[in-house]
Design a protein around this ligand. Structure first.
Ligand SMILES: *Cc1c(COP(=O)(O)O)cnc(C)c1O
Length: 384
């Protein structure tokens, strides 16, 4: 039988070895790295650090201290904006989702709020609710992604109404916001940017277009814009299928760790996991790792998905189940019960690689780590 390794336990009182480690120092590094990518010279754009979805799954409260040099934060909805204020963020906050109902206007109760406006009714709601702190508003163009926002033929009319709100003191400013559908592609923003620039030609107001991919691949497009809005890259994941985060000098802000909790010696022809999706070609040692799809590990990850066991890169075997998965101990015969396992984010195993193997993207995995997985800060440097 393989040996039973010395038990390894993360700090803290969690019984199950599965945990995420959050690296705020990596976020601080990535923020500086993204700033360095901004076009220098006349009017370098300001930077909204996108922290929606609980800072892409890393925990807003854990990440905020590392973002103190950001110019603003960007969130999805107003409750998230209030959470930022509760955590003592006093700078600007951009709200992507804006208003969902007239009552939401009552939540716009803090100075420095920037609201993305995506349809005409939201302008009416604002017009009817004089606020102590009128928000800056950003008109969103539907662009080439067609998620939310004004179509080209409605944009100028919306701008007229918004400008009227500003004249009446109901809005602090009116800006122009576009979001690209294909910023990860080499020529992916050329047409979209040209269309947007024509649309807003001659309309005063600040402009914001660039997310992580646009900033890293098409930095020149951020010239003559006043704000950029990166998210994913702040957390150290590459937005590109063909370029690793390491090649972009981005550091992963989350690593996911567990342990081998069982070892099975299976004979040739034996199945491993539900449905016998993996059938052992020969007698082999299989490690059982406590991490499954109920923890947010993608069930779609197939045999061959990389996993690190005791510092050695090996592979997933068979189907991921709710609470556990099987891994090949062939390359790491010394691994016993308690051997440390890295699922992603350290030891050279990028979350993008696991995501690609599962047919998805890094942001899907980072935001999908479930509440039952405890998180711990990897360094004390930013702890409050
Ligand atoms: C989420 C979001 C971003 C950040 O995008 P990343 O690809 O994570 O950098 C920027 N703008 C808008 C409108 C968004 O919804």
């Amino acid at each position: 039988m393989p040996p039973v390794n010395a038990p390894y336990r993360p700090e803290g009182l969690t019984a199950r070895p599965l945990h995420a480690r959050i690296h705020p120092d990596a976020v601080a590094h990535n923020l500086a790295r993204l700033r360095a990518a901004l076009p220098a010279g006349r009017g370098t754009p300001r930077l909204w650090a996108t922290v929606k979805a609980d800072a892409y799954g890393h925990g807003l409260a854990r990440i905020l201290p590392a973002l103190r040099h950001a110019d603003g934060l960007a969130v999805l909805h107003l409750d998230e904006a209030r959470a930022c204020r509760r955590l003592n963020w006093h700078g600007p906050i951009l709200v992507y989702g804006g208003l969902y109902s007239p009552a939401d206007v009552l939540l716009v109760d803090t100075p420095g709020l920037h609201l993305v406006i995506t349809h005409a009714a939201q302008l009416e709601w604002l017009a009817r609710a004089p606020l102590a702190h009128p928000p800056s508003i950003w008109l969103r163009f539907a662009g080439d992604i067609h998620h939310t926002g004004f179509a080209a033929d409605a944009y100028r009319a919306a701008y007229g109404i918004a400008s009227d709100l500003r004249r009446r003191g109901l809005a602090a400013d009116v800006g122009h916001l576009n979001h690209y559908a294909r910023a990860d592609e080499p020529d992916g923003v050329d047409d979209a940017d040209a269309v947007f620039r024509r649309l807003i030609e001659g309309l005063p107001g600040p402009v914001s277009t660039s997310n992580s991919a646009a900033l890293l691949k098409h930095a020149a497009r951020a010239v003559d814009t006043q704000w950029v809005r990166p998210g994913l890259a702040l957390y150290g994941a590459s937005p590109f299928a063909d370029t690793s985060a390491a090649a972009l000098d981005l550091r992963p802000a989350m690593s996911l760790h567990s342990q081998v909790v069982g070892i099975q010696r299976v004979s040739a022809g034996a199945g491993v996991g539900y449905g016998g999706a993996f059938s052992a070609p020969r007698a082999m040692d299989v490690g059982i790792v406590t991490c499954g799809y109920a923890d947010g590990y993608p069930r779609a990850a197939p045999t061959g998905t990389p996993v690190i066991v005791d510092g050695v890169r090996t592979r997933l075997l068979g189907r991921v189940s709710m609470d556990m998965m099987a891994v090949d101990l062939g390359p790491v015969p010394r691994a016993g019960i308690g051997a440390p396992v890295t699922l992603w984010g350290a030891g050279g195993l990028a979350v993008e690689e696991v995501a690609a193997s599962a047919g998805t993207i890094a942001a899907d995995l980072l935001t999908g780590v479930s509440a039952r997985v405890p998180a711990q800060l990897a360094t004390a440097a930013f702890a409050r």
